[in-house]
Structures are given as structure tokens and as C-alpha cells.
Write a protein that binds this ligand. Structure first.
Ligand SMILES: [Zn+2]
Length: 469
């Protein structure tokens, strides 16, 4: 049923039969690409890819447009159909989701979910450029490079990975930052492919493209565009997880010379999909949502400080901090990535006030180096650090025992005059993590709004699930 058979090359049939018994992929003269060692099952690929995809869909500006979705789906399915059968595990669940982001980027998660940025379409002159990058991404899925990376890791917990991957992708700041100095960088690391894996994905992607009726030289062309953009002020995100193994354009062209380009089953529709994008709201930029964490000196704002702050929504949304924790927050709060933390901020609760950056309404969850293995000592040092960097604050109630995610913790109340002149209340909740660092949950609200926010702070605190062990 599969094309290598139909494509009227007798030797291809024989090669496929041989390949099945040898466990490698061989088709005529093209380069042989063998999946790396992997101790996970294809089912596990599917499971963690699915979980991470659900989170990405929540956080990303996904485009819901029938025409664009249908085009992407057709293009994606034609590539899947042109994939080597021995690599295309029946359990894989493919999906192809358009995203309204302007960066030239696409990524695929283990087991099949793929996301393609609008920026990829805008940069492409011909269909093969977009389809080529999709074929490259599909090749990572087929070769199971994400879990192959995980196979290289010691002490690897499958359950923690999905969040880590999502954190790494969504994160700009969040996923990476929380990872500093500990094992939490796993997600970023899983999705960052080695040069060997990149070359494999390029070659297998070129082979799939050709079988699906596209010229692999178009993929080389897209890489040239990406390389050009990488010399600009904002290097494409794509390159940070898909490093150029060197001579990329040259070896893809050389591979293309060995391949026969088959008939194309995917109809036209590229031009109209491209035109359709023009009718959508303008593409957003990743920097719009992660400007706080990237350390570029930009100050994060959520609305305008000084304007009325709405009460916490009674609907909640779930967010994850890399591999470290999960939490539910009011649906109308905005997540802002910090260096080793994330804030969830009420509208008009964070921004510039008389030349100073102030945070007036919301919570912050993060991790910091503990000064001691003893929770009381570590908490004292942490509270002292907060007080000394916020001169208006003092401890208003000494630490008391609390539970955080079913662990022993401490709750400390601070009060004082904030930069906006309000009397401010800050709650500091701490517990130690398995690796000895200190996890904290801060609540911030002016005295006059304390009653309006109290229930939300409790609910957020009670929803924290630490997943570090
Ligand atoms: Zn890649």
C-alpha cells in the first residue's frame, strides 16, 4: 500500500523487505538514516507529547481557521503517508496546528503533535519551503529524537517530562530559568537536538519530501532564509533547538541529487492558505509574552499601575513551572516570567510607577538557593533578603507552620508601605525541595484590597503541586 512499493522501482521493494529484517531504513541510493538508541516505548512518546501539546495549545495563540487548518493537515498527512513504514509507529497521533506567531519557527512533540508558526508561511516563497521544515520536524518525531535524548539522561522520570518540555517551549524565561543550577533544565535539553540528530532529520526530511512530491532543494532554500534572519537582531528561535550541523544547504542539495521526486498528492491550496493569513489579526511575537524573562532590560507590565484592579476571576486556569510545580490561578491573571520564578498578575498589577517597577497585585512562585538545609534558617535568610531589598517592608507576623503540596512549610507575613504609597501586605510561604533548594510562594496585595484577594491567594496556595520528586 505504501508508496515505495507503488513507485515502480523494483529495487525499492527489495530494499524495503531487507530493511524490515535488518531493522534499518534503506531505500535505493539515498542515505541510510537509523533511529538512535531509545529505552522508551512509542506509547510513551505519544503520552508525553500529548500532555505537552495540551499545555502548548493553552499558552500559544493557536489559529482556528478552517481553511488554514485544512491546508496544514493535508500537507502534514501527505508527508506522514510518504514516511518510511518501519518508523511510522501505528500508535503515533499526528496533528498539525497553525500558530499566530511571527517568528520563523515550527516544532513537533514526541508522538506526533506539530505546531507551525505563521512566520514560516510569511517567509516562504514556495510551498516546498514550509513543507520541507514540516518534513524535518516529522523526521524528529519518526526517529524519536526527544526520547532518544531522554535515554541519554540518567535518573529520568517519564512523568515529569511533559511539563518540562512544555515549559521549555513556552518558557522563554520560565522553563529555562527555573532550571538554573538543578535538574529542571531537562525539558529545554530534550528539545534541543544534537548536530547528529539535526543531520538525520535533514536527510530523512529530504527523503520524505521527495516521496511526497516536493523538491528537497526548497528545504535548503528555507534554511538559507533562516540563516539570513539569524544575522539580524532577533535570531530565529528555530536555530536554538535545531543547530546547523555545518554545510546544511550543501548536503541537502547532494541528497536531493540522489532522490527521485514523486507525484504530489497534496493539492494546491498553499497560495490561498497564505492569502488567508492576511485576513487574520496581526501575528504576535514570542517577545510579547515573555518580555520579562529574556533579560533584555525590558520591564514587564500588566495593564497600567494606578488604574482599578479587577477582582480575581472565580474561574481558574492551570499552569506549570517547568518540571517543578503545577498551580491553578484565576483565569484573568497574566503569567510573567522572571529569572527563577513566574508571577501571576492581576490586570493593572505590575508595571512602571513614577520611574520604579512595582508589583502590587498577584502572586509569585519560584525557586531560590537555600542558605541552609534547615527550613527555618533558610526561610529567615530569604525573608531578610526580601526585607532588605524592599525598605518599606517589615515582618508583621513571625513564621508559622503551613502545608505546601503536603510538605512542611512556613508562612511569614510582611507589611509595609509600598512604592505606590499604599500599605501593602506580602505573604511568604516556603518549603524545601528534594534537591535542597527553597521553593517559595509570595502573595502581594495592598491592605485595602486584602479581603477581595484573600480567597484567591488561599486557593492558589492550596493548588500548588510540587513535582520535583
Ligand atoms: Zn531539527
Amino acid at each position: 500500500m505504501m508508496f515505495s512499493v507503488r513507485r515502480s522501482r523494483p529495487s525499492a521493494w527489495l530494499a524495503t523487505v531487507l530493511a524490515a529484517s535488518l531493522g534499518v531504513m534503506v531505500v535505493t541510493a539515498q542515505t541510510v538514516v537509523t533511529p538512535p538508541k531509545n529505552k522508551f516505548t512509542p506509547e510513551q512518546d505519544v503520552q508525553l507529547g500529548k500532555e505537552a501539546a495540551a499545555e502548548v495549545r493553552q499558552q500559544y495563540p493557536v489559529i482556528s481557521d478552517d481553511q488554514i487548518s485544512a491546508y496544514l493537515d493535508r500537507a502534514g498527512r501527505s508527508l506522514v503517508a510518504a514516511s518510511p513504514k518501519n518508523l511510522n509507529h501505528p500508535v503515533f497521533e499526528y496533528s498539525f496546528t497553525p500558530v499566530n506567531l511571527k517568528e520563523i519557527n515550527a516544532f513537533a512533540l514526541p508522538g506526533g503533535p506539530m505546531f507551525v508558526n505563521r512566520g514560516m508561511f510569511d517567509a516562504a516563497e514556495v510551498e516546498g519551503e514550509v513543507v520541507g521544515v514540516m518534513a524535518h520536524e516529522l523526521a524528529h518525531v519518526l526517529l524519536r529524537h526527544g526520547t532518544a535524548n531522554a535515554t541519554k539522561a540518567q535518573k529520568f522520570q517519564i512523568g515529569a517530562v511533559a511539563g518540562a518540555i512544555a515549559g521549555a517551549i513556552i518558557g522563554g524565561g520560565w522553563g529555562e530559568a527555573i532550571s538554573q543550577g538543578s535538574q529542571f533544565g531537562l525539558g529545554a535539553w530534550l528539545m534541543k537536538y544534537s548536530r547528529d540528530y539535526e543531520k538525520q532529520a535533514d536527510l530523512l526530511g529530504a527523503q520524505i519530501m521527495a516521496r511526497a512530491g516536493y523538491d528537497p532543494r526548497d528545504l535548503a532554500k528555507m534554511f538559507e532564509a533562516i540563516e539570513r534572519e539569524s544575522k539580524g537582531s532577533t535570531p530565529p528561535q528555530w536555530l536554538s533547538s535545531h543547530p546547523n550541523p555545518g554545510n546544511r544547504v550543501q548536503y541537502i542539495r547532494a541528497e536531493a541529487d540522489k532522490l527521485t521526486i514523486g507525484p504530489r498528492s497534496n493539492g494546491t491550496g498553499f497560495a490561498s492558505a497564505k492569502a488567508r493569513f492576511a485576513t487574520l489579526p496581526p501575528a504576535r511575537s514570542m517577545s510579547d509574552k515573555t518580555n520579562a524573562g529574556s533579560g533584555g532590560g525590558g520591564t514587564a507590565t500588566v495593564g497600567t499601575v494606578g488604574r482599578p484592579v479587577p477582582a480575581p476571576d472565580t474561574r481558574y486556569k492551570t499552569a506549570r513551572g517547568g518540571q517543578l510545580f503545577q498551580v491553578s490561578v484565576p483565569a484573568n491573571w497574566t503569567g510573567v516570567n522572571g529569572e527563577n520564578a513566574v508571577k501571576f498578575v492581576a490586570e493593572n498589577g505590575l508595571g512602571d510607577y513614577q520611574g520604579q517597577s512595582v508589583f502590587t497585585h498577584g502572586v509569585e512562585l519560584g525557586v531560590t538557593r537555600a542558605s541552609s538545609r534547615n527550613l527555618t534558617t533558610a526561610t529567615e535568610a530569604f525573608v531578610n533578603a526580601i526585607v532588605s531589598s524592599n525598605p518599606g517592608l517589615r515582618v508583621s507576623r513571625d513564621s508559622q507552620a503551613v502545608r505546601i503540596s503536603q510538605r512542611s512549610g512556613l508562612g511569614t507575613a510582611l507589611a509595609g508601605r509600598s512604592a505606590t504609597g499604599d500599605t501593602e501586605r506580602v505573604g511568604v510561604y516556603t518549603t524545601l525541595l528534594a534537591d535542597g533548594s527553597l521553593f517559595y510562594y509570595l502573595t502581594v496585595v495592598p491592605e485595602r484590597d486584602a479581603d477581595r484577594f484573600a480567597a484567591a491567594f488561599d486557593r492558589v496556595g492550596n493548588s500548588i503541586r510540587l513535582t520535583d520528586r
